[in-house]
Design a protein around this ligand. Structure first.
Ligand SMILES: Cc1cc2nc3c(=O)[nH]c(=O)nc-3n(C[C@H](O)[C@H](O)[C@H](O)COP(=O)(O)O)c2cc1C
Length: 332
């Protein structure tokens, strides 16, 4: 796993979309890593008349109709390279001139595109311009807003789209076990869904040989997935502007986030923690808990539910990087 200290990140979102936003997230002394907005191989056609976000008037809840970033993966690689190699981009906190990791969020529904994207990331990691241990990949399998491309993680079955993508991840990891891979999952709502995900993950564990201290080869089973990020937004939600009957989004349906999904996100993290901890192969999988982390108390609840790291998007959208001071309890 990458080292995330403090154990707080932004989750992938529209406020981690361009260079300035990524730099501000990197420079905040209260983030331990930066997650990019989800990119695709060639960029996504963003239409401001359709793709947008709205906030509820009370509390910290959002609904959004965004697709993926208009910027392709190659653009994020080049921005990350420039942030990590620039001496002036370190955090303003004197104690943390240490470089922070980036989690590159990416997606596709085709294994060939995923292979190409992995090749780009691997070329970057091996380019000697950055420390490869600072780069992780998160496969977004859970955006509810793409017509014709449903979130693959809602069908976690052998032979499905998700399985075909996990196979690419497994192969990339088998070639380079230093690769840190994670999966962004949607909110699930009943037990069998979680169990199916666990079964599918186990299908992609692979056998490898390690050396014992006396140099004898020993067979080990390797889980290629270092972390799960739970959860993405709750799709098909209809937010109405307070005080009147107007739809908050032009679509008008979108992905719900923030306070409104906090209990569901906690339940997802809790369930995965229970299931992972009893599995001999998957038990070391880390959880990034996301969903309604809008206060220090909410972050504590997320950790209590089983998150190793907490993340937020809606609070970041509302407050900018000051959000991370709120989560740290600085801004009581
Ligand atoms: C405006 C907006 C854009 C988002 N874009 C992405 C994205 O590109 N990729 C992704 O994996 N999740 C995306 N998300 C989901 C967030 O990462 C997060 O999972 C979700 O919003 C729940 O966290 P929150 O309650 O802190 O907002 C987005 C959320 C919002 C509000």
């Amino acid at each position: 796993m990458i080292e995330i200290e403090p154990a707080v990140v932004n989750s992938s979102c529209a406020w981690a979309s361009d260079y300035d936003q990524l730099l501000a997230l990197y420079q905040s002394p209260y983030t331990g890593a930066v997650t990019t907005r989800t990119s695709t191989l060639n960029g996504f056609n963003e239409d401001p008349n359709i793709h947008t976000v709205a906030f509820a008037q009370h509390g910290t809840t959002s609904a959004n109709s965004y697709g993926y970033s208009p910027n392709p993966l190659s653009q994020y690689i080049s921005w990350i390279q420039s942030i990590l190699t620039s001496s002036s981009s370190s955090s303003s906190s004197s104690s943390s001139s240490k470089k922070k990791p980036f989690i590159i969020s990416l997606t596709t529904s085709t294994p060939t595109d995923l292979s190409s994207m992995f090749s780009q990331v691997q070329l970057f990691r091996k380019s000697n311009t950055v420390d490869p241990s600072l780069i992780a990949i998160e496969l977004n399998t859970s955006c509810p807003n793409i017509p014709g491309a449903p979130p693959s993680a809602y069908i976690p079955t052998s032979g499905g789209v998700l399985a075909s993508l996990l196979a690419v991840m497994r192969d990339a990891h088998a070639q380079d076990p230093t690769l840190v891979l994670g999966i962004k999952l949607p909110p699930y709502v009943y037990t069998d869904q979680f169990v199916q995900v666990i079964h599918l993950l186990k299908e992609f564990s692979y056998s490898s040989q390690a050396s014992s201290p006396d140099e004898h080869p020993i067979a080990t089973t390797t889980n290629p997935f270092s972390f799960l990020t739970c959860t993405n937004t709750l799709g098909n939600s209809l937010l109405l502007l307070d005080g009147n009957q107007e739809f908050a989004l032009p679509t008008p349906l979108g992905g719900l986030a923030g306070d409104a999904i906090h209990a569901l996100a906690l339940g997802n993290v809790y369930t995965f923690r229970q299931l992972l901890s009893t599995d001999p192969v998957l038990k070391n999988t880390k959880l990034i808990g996301v969903g309604g982390v809008t206060s220090k108390e909410a972050a504590e609840r997320m950790r209590k539910a089983g998150a190793d790291v907490v993340g937020c998007a809606t609070l970041l959208g509302k407050l900018g990087v000051k959000a991370f001071e709120v989560i740290a309890g600085i801004d009581a």
